[in-house]
Ligand binder design. Structure first.
Ligand SMILES: NC(=O)c1ccc[n+]([C@@H]2O[C@H](COP(=O)([O-])OP(=O)(O)OC[C@H]3O[C@@H](n4cnc5c(N)ncnc54)[C@H](O)[C@@H]3O)[C@@H](O)[C@H]2O)c1
Length: 263
């Protein structure tokens, strides 16, 4: 049976993981390759992307590493060129990169605010700006942007720059969806809820002594009984990237085990 991304090429940003285990971008890149895509693994950290490539190579998939900071315009242009040079086309742009910074307006330094907004939001404008002309020329494409339920709801602690960045991603997604729909290009967002990923566990371990207790508390908050994981995000991304979602554009797909229904 053909994979759901057979004969397609995908750019996945943040395709490594900040710590051992499965981050959202890493799981998505591996799942895309399992489904037949040729994948450009973009990451600022060559070793992290290299680990993902080793997994894909080991499974007989096709991927190459591209070291780039997606907050940098020239790097985004080079990333797109690398995909075109290697694979000749861009079918899927998966914008996964995002960082977290706790704090409210009085706590966050202006430079840190700017850095987070650059990495989380400006990066998506830059990657879209670089990739869209090629998608338009070929008459189609799918863009998937990683947002968060923090774009709508308070997570119970101040996280104002992160929440603002994710709200901006929703608006960016809807605007690109409408502008490029006549060109056959879809643009959707994924809003994960409480996920058990290295990104989250690293910040939990920093803030609390008893990590197991926090994990149990977070699991209990989710109506499905446990936090999600990177594969839950990856399966949502696969759906939105594939032709199964051919009539879906501009949506915010909530992947949260029902937690927002309780907020
Ligand atoms: N884990 C969660 O609970 C959760 C919940 C909601 C939303 N999200 C979103 O998921 C996305 C990331 O998930 P993840 O698990 O893959 O994160 P991650 O922290 O493991 O990061 C993945 C990779 O991104 C790379 N990266 C960081 N900054 C970069 C930059 N400027 N340019 C290129 N690469 C860069 C890192 O090197 C890392 O390898 C973010 O957008 C995040 O906001 C996560």
């Amino acid at each position: 049976m053909a994979g759901r991304l057979e004969d397609k090429t995908a750019i996945v940003t943040g395709a490594g993981s900040i710590a051992p285990g499965w981050g959202n971008g890493k799981a998505t890149a591996v799942l895309f390759a399992r489904e037949g895509a040729k994948v450009l693994l973009v990451d600022i950290n060559a070793d992290a992307a290299g680990e993902t490539k080793a997994i894909i190579d080991g499974e007989g998939g096709e991927a190459i590493v591209c070291v780039a900071d997606v907050a940098d315009e020239a790097a985004c242009a080079a990333m797109v060129q690398a995909c075109l040079d290697a694979y000749g086309r861009i079918d899927v742009l998966h914008n996964n990169v995002g960082i977290v910074e706790p704090g409210g307006p009085e706590q966050i330094a202006e430079a840190n605010w700017d850095r987070l907004i650059d990495i989380n939001v400006k990066s998506m404008y830059l990657t879209c700006r670089a990739a869209l002309p090629h998608m338009v020329a070929r008459g189609g494409g799918a863009i998937v942007n990683l947002s968060s339920i923090a774009s709508f709801y308070s997570l119970g602690y101040p996280c104002v720059s992160y929440a603002a960045s994710k709200g901006a991603i929703n608006a960016l997604t809807r605007n690109i969806a409408v502008q490029y729909a006549p060109k056959g290009i879809r643009c959707n967002a994924i809003l994960p809820g409480l996920m058990n990923t290295p990104l989250v566990m690293a910040s939990v371990a920093q803030a609390y002594d008893d990590v197991d207790k926090i994990v149990a508390e977070r699991d209990a908050l989710c109506p499905l009984g446990h936090m999600g994981d990177a594969w839950d995000t990856a399966h949502a991304a696969l759906f939105l990237a594939s032709d199964d979602a051919r009539y879906i554009t501009g949506i915010e797909l909530v992947v949260d085990g029902g937690i927002t229904l309780t907020m």
